[in-house]
Unconditional design. Sequence first.
Lengths: 230, 473
Amino acid sequence: MSAREQMLADVRRALGRKGPLDAAIRASLETRLKGHKPNLVPRRGQVRGREAIEAFVRMAEFSLATVKRVHGENEVPAAVADYLKGQNLAPRLRMAPDPQLDAIPWGAAPMLQIARGKPDPSDEVGLGGAFAAIAETGTLMLRSGPDSPSTLNFLPETHIVVVKAGAVLGSYENAWARLRQAQGALPRTVNLITGPSRSGDIEQTLQLGAHGPRRLHIVLVDDGSESGRR
Amino acid sequence: MSFAQNPMSRSFKANAGAALRDRTLQRAMGYLGFREKRLEAVARLPEFEALRDQAREIKNHTLAHLDFYLEAYEAKVLESGGQVHWCRTPDEARRAVLALCRSVGARTVTRGKTMIGEEIALNPFLEENGIQPVETDLGEYIIQLRSEPPSHIIAPAIHVTKEQVAETFLAKHAAYGKTRLLTEPREMLEEARGILRDKFLRADVGITGANFLVAETGSSIIVTNEGNGDLTQLLPKIHIVLATPEKLVPTLEDASTILRLLARSATGQEYSVYTTVSTGPRRAGDLDGPAQYHVVILDNGRTAMLGTEFQDMLRCIRCSACLNHCPVYNAVGGHAYGWVYPGPMGSVLTPSLIGVDQAGALPNASTFCGKCESVCPMKIPLPKMMRHWREREHEAKLSPVLARWGLKAWAFAARRPLLYRAMTRWAAAILGALGRRHGNLANLPLASGWTEFRDLPAPEGKTFHALWAERGR
C-alpha cells in the first residue's frame, strides 16, 4: 500500500468509516465546494461605493501604506513623479507590462524613465496595477500573469500600485468572486498586500522593509465612478 | 540544534529552573507586547466572537470529512500542474524533499518559516547531504546563525537580545566583509537584508510552509510580514510546500474567515502584510514564478489524533496567542519545553506527536488558569486536553511515584468521610496553632517546594465541614 493509500485509510478508520463515503454526503460536500458561499462578512466589509473608497484609504494608511488620490488617469504620471521626488528617489521605475498601465499618458511626466517587464535586482522602484482593493483592511489584491510579474511586488524597495476606484470592493469575498468571474481558475500567484514589508524580530521593535518593499504607495484613481464597477 | 533530533521535554523542570535563573533570557523575554495589540485589534472587530464560532465549525467540518477534502485538494493540485507527495513519517518527508533538491542539482535552498521543517529536522539533514539551507525569516535567520531552535512560533528569536544579535552577526558576517559591531536594530536588519537578498537570487529551491491548503482550488496559502516567503517561492526553479493534512479548508471563503482571526490573534494586526495564494507552477506566458510546484503532506501522527479526545487540537492555526498569554510560557520561554512546539498548544500537541512518556511533563506545566483557551481563535479546549494527558500519564504509571501515592492516600481518606473530617480537623488545628503568631507558615515539612517562595496562610479556626454543620444547612 502506498503512503497515500495508507494515510487515507488511516483517516477513514479514525473517522469510523467502513465503506466509501455515502453518496448523498459526497454530493453535499461537492455542492459546498462549488457554492463559494461566504461565511459571516463583518459589517465593515459590507460597504460599497464612496463608503468603500473612504474605508479603503483609511485602512491602507492604518497599515502604514501611503495613499495619493487623483481625479483621473492623466494625473497619475505627475503623482508618481512627485512622490519619487518627495522620497528623494531617482525618477526611474520598472512597470508591469500591463495594457491598462500603458494607457496612462506617461508622456505627461517626461522626466520619468520607465522600463517595462519583470524587475532586475537593481530596480529601486516597481509600479503595478491592483486587480482589486479591499476596504475591510486596506488590502491590495495583485495577481500574476504575463502582464503582472509577482516579483515586482517584492524586489524593489519602493512599490507603487495604481488602484482604480472601480476596483475597490468591501471584502475578500467580493474580491474572490470578481477574480473567479474574470478568469475562472486561479493564476499561479495571488498576492494580498496590506502595507509595506516589516519585521519585529529584533526585540519586538517594528522595522519597515524587512525583505519586501520599505514603502508602499497607492495612487488611487478616483474619477468619481462607482466603486465595485470596472 | 534541533529538538526533533534531540527532545529535551523530559527535563522540563530542570530546563524551566535554568530559564528562570538566566538573566539574559529574562531580559529578552521582558514583556510581550502582542497581548495589548491583540486586545485592541479584537476590539476593532465587533464580529470577532461570531467569527471564532464559524472558524471552529469550518475546521470541525473539514476534519470530519478529511478524506474527501484531501482527495479533492490533490485532484486540483494535479490539475493546476503541481504534485503532491504523501509522507507518513519525518523520514519519508525528508527524503522526498532531498530527491526534489537533487533533481535540479540544488546547492542552496531558501526557506520560509515552517514549523514542519523543524518537526522533521530538515536543515541538519540537508546539510548532511551537501545542500545549504538558508532560513530567510529574520528571526529564523538569527537563530540559524546561533544554531538554536525557535522559541516562539511567530517570533522565533524572541529569546535573543539585540546585543546578542549584534555579536552573532559580527561573528558570522565577517565572511561577507562585515566587520563592524552594530548597535541599532535598523542596521542589523539592513545587513541581514543585503546578505539574504543575494541568497534569494541564487537559490535553486525554495521551501515554505502553508497556513492553509484550499481544497476548492488546490492552492497553498502563506502569511508573512517580511515578504521572505514570497521571494523564497518566486525566485527558484522549484517551490516546495511543507504541510500537514489538518491545514485543509474547503474554500477560499473558508480561508478568508479564519484569516480574519489569524493575524489579529497573533500580532494584533488587522491582516498580515503578505497573504499569498499559490496554485501550481508558473503558467505559459508568466514572467516569473517557479517552474515546479510540489506539496509534501506529512502525517507524523496527525491522523492518529482524529477520533480521539485530542482531535480538537487539529484545529490549531499556530497563531501563538496561547503562548503569548500563558504565565508559564512568559516565565520560562520556549526552549524549556524541549521540543518543537512550546506553550499551551505544545503541551497538548507534543505528547501526541512524540509520546506522553517523552513529554508528560508539559501538560503538567500549567496552572489551568484557562487564559489559553479564552484567547484561542479556534476555541480549542487546551486545559481540558492537558487534563486528558495527565490522566493518561497517570494510567500509564508515568507520573512521579510520590504523586501517585499521595493521590492514593487522599482517595483512601476521601472515601471515608469520618476519617477525612477527623484528619482535616487535626490538620487545621495543628497548622492553625503553628501559624498563630504570624498568620502564615513560612515553611512546612514535605511542602518546602511550595513554601520556599511563598508563605502558606495558616488556617483560622474550624474546617468548612464543621462550619457548614454548625449553621445547620
